[in-house]
Design a protein around this ligand. Structure first.
Ligand code: OAD
Length: 241
């Protein structure tokens, strides 16, 4: 039991590629990351899509197929435990479905989802699929299907929803993102004064100083379950006995 007068914190978790690294999904900017092997301009911009849509489809078909070979790791599972105790929302830059497969119920995807495709002409015609898509696969209006991914240079439709969530948070946990890509990286500017902010990232992520984050310099699979238990222990000491 917890004291009824104690106000429970609202928790927002901002996740990036690093949280899925231990599941076997490559990050983007680490050594060996995806952007070392593929040109962002070729596979993650509207211009790349116009120049060579087959190459772009192939890139995301490979990523979509890889989802069948990976599983959520202890970091994803720790967030499922967190939401059993606190109001917890996840804002992810990831396009995989590992948060959902782990069992998290409130997940906002800022950069789209690999398991969705949409019409290149009609933005609201969105379809769920785990299959490859090819040139000639069309929406019900006859327009080519494209990955449901936010590319560089495109609007991030959910950013204001995410900003409002951050404004309302008491605890913000950032996991496995280099915070290099705006507008997602700017979300922390909305953190309320006095909120507790953590960063879990094994690298010397310089943004921890910019945003005054408490930096836990560890892999997410190791550090996040520990942090989650610490937070639960603060408010529900009996729960961890
Ligand atoms: P990055 O590849 O830029 O950063 C990944 C971060 O995860 C780095 O800071 C790593 O140090 C950290 N990391 C690596 N292994 C980790 C582990 N086991 N546990 C915790 N952290 C770990 O990926 P993002 O910041 O997510 O956008 O990239 C943001 C966006 O850039 C992506 O959503 C994607 C990309 O271009 C689009 O494609 C639109």
């Amino acid at each position: 039991m917890t004291d009824p007068d104690v106000k429970l914190p609202r928790i927002i978790v901002l996740t990036g590629a690093g949280i899925s690294a231990e599941s076997g999904i490559r990050t983007f900017r680490d050594s060996g990351g995806l952007w070392e092997e593929h040109s962002i301009m070729d596979v993650a911009t509207p211009e790349g899509w116009m120049r060579n849509p087959a190459l772009v489809l192939d890139f995301y078909n490979q990523r979509r197929a890889q989802l069948k070979e990976v599983e959520p790791n202890p970091a994803h599972l720790a967030l499922v435990k967190l939401e059993k105790f606190f109001s917890t929302s996840i804002v992810t830059q990831n396009v995989d479905d590992l948060h959902e497969r782990a069992g998290s119920s409130k997940v906002l995807h800022l950069h789209g989802e690999l398991l969705k495709v949409r019409s290149e002409r009609f933005d609201d015609l969105i379809y769920t699929t785990d299959q490859a898509i090819h040139l000639g696969d069309v929406c019900e209006q006859g327009a080519q299907l494209r990955p449901h991914i936010v590319w560089f240079g495109e609007d991030v439709p959910m950013i204001s929803v995410a900003a409002d969530m951050v404004k309302d948070a008491d605890v913000i946990i950032v996991v496995g993102t280099s915070l290099n890509v705006y507008p997602a990286a700017g979300l922390l500017y909305h953190a309320p004064y006095g909120s507790r902010k953590f960063l879990i990232d094994p690298s010397d992520n310089p943004t921890s100083n910019v945003y005054r984050l408490t930096h836990i310099q560890e892999n997410a699979g190791k550090a996040l379950p520990v942090l989650v238990d610490e937070l639960i222990g603060e408010y529900f000491p009996a729960a961890l006995d």
